[in-house]
Design a protein around this ligand. Structure first.
Ligand code: NOJ
Length: 471
């Protein structure tokens, strides 16, 4: 299995590279930058949605699943991108959004029974949207109420309707036939809802992942995370064949086994949200590593960027941690150069406040960071301070460290065991290697052995440093 310890690079297409000067990234731009990904050493890239979308949720509201948003290119551009990626040995993952469509998808009008409607005039239960507020809105045209797990512009599909299952299977086959090597499955814990539309009960204990206020008050028991999801996922698997399926399951790791009956990997979200603190990191790593089939991830287009979350001083150690854990790892574009959150759009584009994590990639120190010759849809954050060009040939840069770690990781060896360590240190064994990460601002000691890689110069394990030694 090619993905077992793969590094997958997440591309946010609108913000990676603009080839036509309209200020928005596109597929041709991505193709121009493939040699960078080869140089970095990643195995695959995941494209956040590039389908036609009215952009209520910036691509996660899809109005046509088998086309490319004209602003981002065409199906021919897609075919050329896949061919160019495959020529270079890179695999391509797409974002599959099977839980909801855009309200502007023709399915919503042509096949209303593919969606979930209230049997009464008004919301039939207490379900809330992940972005807060009721999960039910009134369709002005029909006067009926439909369900949406996210924005009202994103009505949820009814996976209990076999026609929906077939339609989405058709979408999966369409992209498989065009060369997609896998899919990241969006919001997959929301796929199936309770048949009787029962109320979600009040939450009795705090949820381990961040939720909006209303959502945090309820236990996701009937509005999602249903046991019936397994059958639905198996139908997706049937169409996907042996393509890699990575699930976005916004639940604790203890609940992942059900999803892994049909998926290959599930993102390790407790790890993503762990504070930069050895005890909390160990607690997040241990059960996920034991499960063995998680995709390690530290940031994406929805949450604070890694530099913002752990602080720039910890970025080198965080890279070492992410890329030496056992199994597949996902790197969000820009994290490898230490890009932090930006100010976002003014006025904001995303109503849920996520513009700041979606600023353009910084290729060089020019005013638009080499992202576009036009006016970027979101301004670059700090291209004078950080860019691929400035870091590429600097042996001490974060980018060089990412590249070395990606090169090294496959040679670490089999197995994984967390080790006892000094306070503030995460330590583990991989084959005959020992990895240590100092999460504190004080020096710690380095285990004995031949030094393979250190994130910082100096004796022992300096503040904020990580190291790999071989016994
Ligand atoms: C998760 C996606 O990553 C996020 O961007 C989106 O808003 C929701 N799912 C709804 O599709």
């Amino acid at each position: 299995m090619w993905w077992r310890d793969a590094v997958v690079y997440q591309i946010y297409p609108r913000s990676f590279q603009d080839a036509d000067g309209d200020g928005v990234g596109d597929l041709r731009g991505i193709a121009e930058r493939l040699d960078y990904l080869v140089w970095l050493g990643v195995d695959a890239f995941w494209l956040s949605p590039m389908y036609p979308s009215p952009l209520a949720d910036f691509g996660y509201d899809v109005s046509d699943y088998t086309a490319v948003d004209p602003q981002l290119g065409s199906l021919d551009d897609f075919d050329r991108l896949v061919a160019a990626a495959h020529e270079r040995g890179l695999r391509v993952l797409l974002d599959l959004i099977p839980s909801h469509t855009s309200i502007e998808h023709p399915w919503f009008r042509e096949n209303p029974d593919w969606y979930i409607w209230s049997p009464v005039e008004g919301p039939p239960n207490n379900w809330v949207s992940a972005f807060d507020g009721p999960a039910w809105s009134r369709d002005e045209r029909s006067g009926r109420w439909y369900m949406h797990s996210f924005y009202p512009e994103q009505p949820d599909l009814d996976w209990r309707n076999p026609e929906v299952v077939e339609a989405v299977q058709g979408v999966v086959r369409f992209w498989r036939d065009r060369g997609a090597d896998g899919f990241r499955l969006d919001a997959i814990d929301r796929l199936v809802k309770d048949e009787q539309l029962r109320d979600d009960p009040p939450a009795i204990k705090p949820f381990p992942l961040p939720l909006h206020e209303d959502a945090a008050k309820l236990e996701l028991l009937h509005s999602g995370n249903r046991p019936e999801v397994v059958a639905a996922l198996k139908a997706i698997r049937q169409a996907a064949g042996d393509a890699l399926l990575v699930g976005e399951v916004f639940r604790p790791v203890s609940e992942y086994p059900r999803y892994l009956e049909a998926l290959d990997l599930v993102f390790a979200f407790e790890f993503l949200f762990s504070p930069w603190n050895a005890e909390r990191l160990r607690a997040a790593i241990e059960p996920a590593a034991e499960l063995g089939r998680v995709a390690w991830v530290m940031s994406n287009h929805d949450f604070d960027r890694l530099a913002t979350r752990v602080g720039p001083e910890n970025l080198r150690a965080a890279a070492l941690l992410l890329l030496t854990l056992p199994g597949a790892a996902f790197v969000y574009q820009g994290d490898e150069i230490g890009l932090a959150n930006g100010p976002g759009g003014d006025p904001p584009f995303d109503r849920a406040g996520r513009d700041g994590m979606r600023h353009p990639m910084q290729w060089d120190s020019g005013p638009a960071g080499g992202f576009t010759t036009g006016k970027p849809w979101l301004p670059p954050v700090d291209p004078q301070q950080r860019s691929v060009e400035a870091q590429r040939n600097d042996p001490g840069s974060l980018l060089t460290l990412y590249r070395r770690l990606i090169e090294l990781r496959r040679g670490l060896g089999e197995g994984f065991r967390l080790l006892d360590a000094e306070p503030g240190v995460v330590a583990y064994e991989r084959g005959d290697h020992v990895v240590t990460v100092n999460t504190t601002s004080e020096p710690r000691s380095r285990p004995r052995g031949e030094l393979v890689l250190a994130t910082h110069n100096g004796e022992g394990l300096p503040a904020h440093a990580g190291a790999i030694v071989r016994n």
